[in-house]
Design a protein around this ligand. Sequence first.
Ligand code: NPW
Ligand code: ADP
Ligand code: K
Length: 636
Amino acid sequence: MLRTMAFTSSDVRAAERPLLDRSVPLMRMASRALADVCRSVVNARGSEVERSSIVILAGAGNNGGDGLYAGSLLARSGAGVTVLAVGTALHDAAARSLMRAGGRVLVVDPRCRIPGFDTGFDDAELRLRLTASADLLLHADVVMDAMTGIGSKGALTGTASVMADLLAEILHDGRRCADGNDDNDGNGEGAHDRPTVVAVDVPSGLGVDSGTVPGASITADVTVTFGALKPCLVVPPVCYRRGGLVVVDLGLDLDPGRAVVRRMDASCASSRLVVPGAGDMKYSRGVVGLITGSQRYPGAGVLSVSAAARSGCGMVRYLGPRRAQDLVLQAMPEVVVGKGHVQAWTVGCGVDPDDHDDDSPASAVGALLRHYQTDDGGSVSTTGVEPMPPVSMPPVCVDAGALDLLPDHVLPQVVITPHAGELARLLTRMGHPRTVDAVLDDPWGNAVLVHRITGATVLLKGAMTLVVGDDGQGDGLHPDGAHPDGARTMVSGAGPAWLSTAGSGDVLAGLIGSLLAQWRASRESADDATAEERSSAGKDRGCPAVTEIAAAGAYIHGLSGRMASGCDVCADAEPLIMRVAPVGGVTRDSSTSSDRVPWNRARSIGHPIVASDLIEQLQFVLASLLRRHEDDDARR
Ligand SMILES: NC(=O)C1=CN([C@@H]2O[C@H](COP(=O)(O)OP(=O)(O)OC[C@H]3O[C@@H](n4cnc5c(N)ncnc54)[C@H](OP(=O)(O)O)[C@@H]3O)[C@@H](O)[C@H]2O)[C@@H](O)CC1
Ligand SMILES: Nc1ncnc2c1ncn2[C@@H]1O[C@H](COP(=O)(O)OP(=O)(O)O)[C@@H](O)[C@H]1O
Ligand SMILES: [K+]
């Protein structure tokens, strides 16, 4: 749970309460883990704690308290520790502990009231102190950001905001430019010509529960979060600013049903794969139908079909235009061209929505999607098409050109796969005008909005891909209450930036269609699936499996990108779990090797790829996930 589930600030606070009532020293425990990470960061920089310089940006709340207690432990280990007090006070007991250990305090906020320190200084003095702060930040090994945590309200204000901007400038320019000297370590890397930023609980200045960036904020190299993941650490755009993740297990008793966001991981993705048995045949393994490609973009047909065929289904049926058919058959002679029964669809890749000819792919897609149209209450609309019970409709992955043909309200087994530009266009068409930048500023909020107004399962592509779908159990609310009747949000950030290459989305759409067909076929043929179970799998509300399968598709796609490019830099690496007892030492999860710890900067940047390379890798990625399946089965 600590690795995959994110909880709102209020749920984390509520879970802390009983422990605090029992006098469990949560802040001391948190700060021990934090100090341990800082020591490792210093060592990873090739330095020693005794010779290191640690600067702590400390606010007036408990987040500042965590930083101060950690600073106190580091000062006792011999580090030079300076606290820049950026708020109206400092956590009293923690500040005294720090000073007893030999740490120094520089008050930077003129409003700050700390016994024994100058306050209320004038602008000239403030400028001097800011210059001194800049110098300290510039030459620090580690900057600990302890300005605001889960008590953060809106955009950073006052000195905290000034400090965030100052640090951003220093990180951007590096020590070399700021000093005019070349501090490069001579090995050609220059990796340590700037401090390593360790965020305490969450990077300051960010929307903790929304994942948005309202103003000046901190960008961290490592975030050490306490008790549980918070939404901002896993949803974009904030997740791009938190660096490597460490989750400190404080023993909080959190209800998994209240997780607002879940990270897709290997274990969950592998559990969504279907393994054929002796009684299976091609039809029972899942047949996916594709209406993709066009006279103008036949390649999208080839890519989507090849990806579908390589993703484990029993058969692929192709219904694209003539020119694309020939190319598809050349690339994949296994494909069957023409109509027939399918258990899932992929439509839209390379389809021109404005091609209104009767036999055009757009016309076929439009006619198909009308079968999924519902009224707002979830009943299938019968206007102009033959009525079909919702449960009998196979899932459909709606990509690219087909997004323009999406009815206003559809069944939840409709998975739409827009990128930010397509989502903005869709929202604008539906009467909620958005620019692409507005979507990129709040991808989660906008994905939830599209899910709410269309009823579709929404997969919003990006470095961190978001999937918002109906949960059917009322868990997993977006914290702004935009979807009070229950939505599930999953994220997957397994792929490197090399993945953003033309045709990559076509591969994803084909892959998702294939996974959906296999799931649907397995539900149809499962001996133990009662009629009731079967109907609940496709009920007008409640398709948690569809959400998970779409997210598993994004995860598999991401891993294929990683394998094809040889790059392991991606938006979402596995967090490191640290366990800390009320008394005693800090332990790290034994499964994490030292080259995978989040503060290790050695990463392989890999090389460019084309979308076809992803298809070649699919079988190897699926093989590794299926091995995991086998291992999990053996454990059960
Ligand atoms: N509970 C526990 O047992 C445990 C809690 N733990 C830790 O406590 C943290 C929560 O502490 P918290 O509740 O004191 O809030 P916190 O994040 O320090 O923020 C409040 C301060 O920030 C300031 N501030 C706010 N917004 C601002 C803005 N926009 N711009 C500028 N300033 C702003 C605000 O100023 P004020 O509004 O009062 O002027 C106030 O000074 C949590 O994240 C974790 O680290 C761990 O030790 C584990 C055990
Ligand atoms: N910076 C990035 N890092 C990792 N993956 C990315 C990044 N940007 C985009 N992607 C992924 O690349 C794919 C691009 O899809 P899409 O834009 O639909 O391409 P196309 O339309 O050319 O097929 C998506 O799966 C998306 O999640
Ligand atoms: K912080």
